[in-house]
Design a protein around this ligand. Structure first.
Ligand SMILES: [Zn+2]
Length: 484
């Protein structure tokens, strides 16, 4: 028999496959030809010929992480939440975003989004979601898609409709037809085996009427694209109440007929208790965004989804409110936050689904398998097995943070709790190595950071928003600290 040939083989790794049987090889190999996995198993079983070998002893190999809720260009506002006046509402936020991006074209947009993608991929994220709602000028999103195309990562990108006059300035308001035509044009130009463009209403608070929601859903169906809508309850319930509907957001959308198994329900929070079942029955995909859920509702509702057989993905949301882009942080917060919420539900005398306890394994499955389903990625992105897409990462666990090792009995737990983005050594998407030895193979990292810095400063100046920065320049005092 001819020996198996491969472009790349990784040998000697602690290999978490997340395949159908959830096999873990404590000393494993994984071989890739083109964009596909051609062999997985114990290291001793590899007897093929590979053009390139990565020796991975001391490293954990697992599927790439999927960030299932994000807004890529908002990295320009990273850290801003800390300086916001309390009570600044959604309309102020929307106006600020639109004012800023009005000053940018595709190139500025690409320079800023490259930085975000570089940060994400270096932390082990191989696929990302983007809801893009700053479409003044229209070519703005072209920069996002160009940066994604360059990055080698996978993505679901939503070109959003905004039409609610209470939220956005008149110039930003668009019609359903315009958004669908733009989406079709962008799909023509940018859709690939890695990137899918679709249209989204963000959430109903941003769209003026139910008719528009239904028309957008129908238009997206006609394009053959998945539908992306935030099913986030609390703001929505106020909007819907003002429009004369007393129930929840999920119930509202279900009645409109816009939810199905080709829908990503992003940012799933503040649901009414009966809405989880509606969600599960319709087969809607879910995404947990744990940042912000702690202070809004005591933690993400993960246990309620799991109890109904829904495995959500995990997202960080934009880094303007929660500066980290690390899915490792988001996964940990899913566990901490769900435990907190269960405790609060118990104290409130309403411990429904208290018996469901997510584990380390659950959140690792969410950030990989759950995310791939939520973003409707290539169906071959589904764990590490022969015939599947070669999307995986290596984490360097040869560090004090992962000891004592006890024959690796606690390695999976420590992987979740102790991994920092900087410990990610290698990132591979569709067989292409995007990060090696912790460095990007795609971009000159220093250049990406410098260009994003220049673009961001120019943009803030042009929009007159630099005065919103905290006074931490030489000679200034801020929060009792003096800057020299
Ligand atoms: Zn969001």
């Amino acid at each position: 028999m001819q020996p198996l040939t491969a472009d790349l083989v990784v040998r000697g790794a602690y290999l978490i496959t997340l395949d159908a049987e959830r096999r873990v090889y404590r000393n494993g190999h994984l071989a890739v030809r083109g964009d596909t996995i051609v062999s997985v198993g114990p290291d001793s079983a590899w007897n093929g010929i590979a053009r390139r070998t990565i020796a991975a002893s001391g490293k954990v190999l697992l599927p790439g992480l999927v960030n299932a809720h994000n807004h890529l260009n908002q990295v320009v506002f990273r850290g801003r939440q800390d300086d916001l006046p309390s009570g600044a509402g959604m309309a102020a936020f929307a106006h600020e975003q639109i004012t800023l991006w009005q000053q940018a074209g595709a190139e500025t947009s690409a320079a800023i989004v490259r930085l975000h993608l570089l940060d994400l991929v270096k932390g082990g994220t191989t696929a990302v979601h983007d809801q893009h709602f700053t479409n003044l000028p229209r070519e703005n999103i072209e920069g996002v898609l160009a940066a994604l195309d360059e990055s080698g990562m996978r993505a679901l990108v939503s070109r959003c409709l905004v039409s609610e006059p209470a939220l956005v300035p008149p110039a930003a308001i668009e019609t359903v037809d315009t958004v669908l035509a733009e989406t079709a044009r962008l799909r023509q130009r940018w859709n690939s085996s890695r990137i899918t463009v679709t249209a989204s209403p963000i959430n109903p608070s941003w769209v003026a009427t139910a008719e528009e929601l239904v028309a957008l859903r129908e238009g997206v169906r006609a394009l053959g694209a998945p539908f992306d809508i935030d099913l986030a309850g609390e703001l929505w319930r106020e909007t819907l109440a003002a429009r004369g509907f007393a129930g929840g957001a999920v119930e509202y959308c279900a009645r409109l007929g816009i939810l199905d198994d080709q829908t990503l329900g992003g940012k799933a929070f503040a649901l009414l208790p009966y809405e989880y079942q509606i969600w599960a029955d319709l087969g809607v995909k879910a995404c947990m965004v744990p940042f912000g859920r702690l202070y809004r509702e005591g933690g993400p509702a993960l246990h309620h989804f799991l109890a109904r057989g829904v495995l959500p993905g995990v997202g960080t949301d934009a880094p303007n409110s929660h500066p980290t882009t690390s899915l490792w942080d988001a996964m940990r917060l899913c566990l901490v936050g769900t435990a907190t919420r269960k405790q609060l539900e118990q104290l409130a005398g309403d411990p429904f689904d208290a018996a469901v306890t997510p584990t380390t394994e659950t959140v690792l499955e969410m950030a990989t398998l759950g995310g791939a389903r939520a973003l409707f990625l290539d169906p071959r992105v589904d764990g590490l097995a022969v015939g599947r897409a070669a999307d995986f990462i290596l984490v360097d666990t040869d560090r004090p943070a992962f000891a004592p090792r006890f024959d690796d009995c606690r390695l999976v737990t420590m992987l979740l709790w102790c991994t920092e983005a900087a410990m990610v050594d290698t990132v591979v998407v569709a067989g292409r190595v995007l990060v090696e030895g912790g460095r990007s193979t795609v971009w000159d990292e220093e250049r990406v950071i410098a260009e994003a810095e220049t673009a961001a400063q120019q943009l803030f100046r042009a929009a007159g928003l630099d005065r919103t920065l905290p006074p931490r320049r030489p000679g200034q005092r801020y929060r009792r600290w003096t800057y020299l």
